[in-house]
Write a protein that binds this ligand. Structure first.
Ligand code: ADP
Length: 261
């Protein structure tokens, strides 16, 4: 279990509060979206979860232990992070070496290392890219290489910052299918996203950040139900909701009765 325990955060002493007394639990196998307006603190939350920032007050815990007290290599064992621009996290001359870097630092060598890399490439459909130079790949391919790097370390949590922005429908679908299969394997997926179609279709839980706090934490169907006003938090309704209102009973509403009513 990964957990925020009364976390307050500001980037420096004289700077405004980004998060105020926030407690959250990120359970195993969940598929969580973190959303909210630009500047609301979503990326900051991911940086706190990965130990890149330390809470000003409170603690971030993994299995009850303060993650800021763990070595970075130890943290990367259980948390994988895919940057918004994944080329910023690629340093090696080939995809194969890029994916091998994490397990190599964990002490894996020889056949065991090869096996982990090959398996991660197979799961992410990056085998054909093994000898390519990571920085010249498309963003979608780079994302899959970054995901493979996390899988090669046997990650338990995978955090992705705006993974579908700028992607076409096909690319989104492929990425979300991969996320789904990883979630089914028990990996917790945490997405920072503005994409409410993804939230409605794929996520089991959505956390909305507003005014330095958690404004909503629940299932997507609750967020878009009549008792909430997601537009107050800068969120758009998923296309399925909008189309459903225009055309009740349409096939895309079949599984979304509560949205479309
Ligand atoms: P989001 O991801 O929701 O757009 P961020 O977490 O990036 O929001 O930013 C939250 C707030 O923290 C914003 O007001 C932003 O300007 C500020 N901020 C982000 N990064 C830094 C930084 N490195 N130093 C100072 N302030 C920052």
């Amino acid at each position: 279990m990964l957990e925020f325990d009364h976390v307050t955060f500001r980037y420096a002493k004289n700077m405004p509060v980004v998060l105020s007394d926030t407690s959250l639990k990120f359970g195993k196998g969940e598929f969580i979206a973190i959303t909210g307006r630009n500047g609301s603190g979503k990326t900051t939350i991911t940086r706190l979860l990965t130990g890149l920032e330390k809470p000003t007050e409170g603690r971030v815990l993994y299995e009850g232990k303060d993650i800021t007290k763990e070595e970075a290599s130890e943290r990367s064992r259980f948390i994988g992070y895919v940057f918004q621009q994944p080329d910023r996290q690629m340093f090696m001359p080939t995809v194969r070496e890029e994916i091998a870097l994490g397990p190599y630092h964990q002490g894996k060598r020889g056949e065991e290392l090869n096996r982990m890399v090959e398996k991660a490439m197979m799961e992410t459909d990056t085998t054909a890219l093994a000898e390519a130079y990571p920085r010249t790949l498309s963003r979608g391919d780079q994302q899959r290489v970054a995901i493979a790097s996390a899988l090669a370390m046997d990650t338990e949590y995978l955090i992705l910052d705006e993974p579908t922005s700028g992607q076409d429908g096909h690319e989104k679908k492929m990425l979300m299918r991969l996320m789904e299969s990883l979630q089914q394997r028990g990996i917790t997926i945490i997405l920072v996203t503005h994409d409410m179609d993804i939230v409605a279709r794929d996520c089991t839980r959505v956390i909305v950040i507003a005014s330095h706090k958690v404004a909503f934490d629940g299932r997507p169907e609750e967020l878009f139900s009549a008792k909430n006003r997601p537009e107050d938090w800068g969120l758009l309704y998923p296309a399925s909701v909008l189309l459903g209102r225009k055309l009740p009973g349409a096939p895309y509403c079949r599984d979304m009765d509560s949205f479309c009513r």
